[in-house]
Design a protein around this ligand. Structure first.
Ligand code: GUN
Length: 287
């Protein structure tokens, strides 16, 4: 029987703990506060940000949305970012990506105050991951995937992990995290020849490319009892689907994530964990 790795049960079992930590931090004088800068009206971004706001509400963290017009000047954008970076009441912040053209030359993830870098994309943060130090912020999607595996008693150490996609948000940091957790990692991308040859040898396959139904039964080796993790969130004929053709692949695997309801909510959950970590640290440092 294939196990469906859904996020809901994990989040339900852990949310009280986050809520209590949040309350405790407030009692100690610094409530967690997430500030998100959203430039323009990108539909997917608006939806992602709304999910983050909802989760903050659920655990009792403050949420601030700084909505800026699509046409905002670089100067005004930087001034807003600067304000958030230096606002002592803000304990975590990020700019929702992508940003409009006039800002795209900016290295935005490097402009975030590393102390509040709950996305985990600043190079100072990534440097720790590079050095196998896992006590700093870990990028949210990779962190959520590891939580999902660990909570389902799926061992990472010693496994062949094949990741498809080398984005800065998922593929690259995930490859570092998996190596730090003693997996053997293969990172495939658009120029990899015959990706199937790699996935056939995997114990854990993770797809993060954004191509609907890329992963079909021929990518799977049913004799290996593989685990398939789908990071994709794509629109196909009006429906949200992953990179994996779930119905076709499901029965060939030992465990698989659904889309929606798998990696997506785990990513937001990880963001909340990072927010509490940043708040705890700022509080400690202030004492
Ligand atoms: N756009 C899509 N995913 C993300 C994310 O995790 N963080 C930010 N800042 N922007 C995104």
């Amino acid at each position: 029987m294939t196990k469906i790795l859904d996020a809901k049960s994990i989040i339900e079992s852990k949310i009280d703990n986050l809520t209590q930590t949040c309350q405790l931090l407030k009692e100690q004088g610094l409530g967690p506060k997430l500030s998100v800068i959203l430039v323009g009206e990108n539909q997917a971004s608006v939806l992602y940000v709304r999910n983050k706001e909802r989760f903050c509400d659920r655990i009792g963290a403050e949420f601030e949305l700084i909505k800026l017009p699509e046409s905002i000047s670089e100067k005004e954008f930087l001034s807003q970012l600067n304000r958030v970076n230096n606002d002592d009441s803000v304990t975590g912040c990020f700019v929702q990506l992508p940003v409009p053209k006039q800002l795209s030359h900016l290295d935005i993830t490097q402009l975030i105050n590393p102390e509040k870098d709950v996305d985990g994309f600043h190079l100072q943060t990534i440097n720790d991951l590079y050095l196998n130090k896992l006590d700093n912020f870990i990028p949210c999607t990779p962190k959520g995937i590891v939580t999902l595996l660990q909570e389902n008693q799926i061992t990472i150490e010693g496994k062949n992990v094949v990741i498809i996609g080398r984005s800065h948000i998922v593929g690259k940091p995930l490859s570092l995290l998996m190596q730090a957790l003693n997996a053997t990692v293969t990172l495939c991308h658009s120029k990899t020849k015959n990706i199937k040859e790699h996935t056939q040898l995997a114990d854990i396959i993770i797809s993060a490319v954004g191509i609907p139904h890329l992963i079909t039964p021929d990518y799977i080796n049913p004799t290996r009892k593989q685990v398939v993790i789908d990071v994709g969130m794509n629109k196909l004929a009006g429906k949200t689907v992953g990179d994996v053709d779930f119905e076709a692949v499901k029965d060939l695997t030992s465990a698989i994530t659904p889309v929606p309801g798998g990696v997506g909510p785990m990513t937001v959950f990880s963001l909340m964990q990072n927010l509490l970590l940043s708040t705890e640290r700022i509080l400690k440092r202030g004492k």
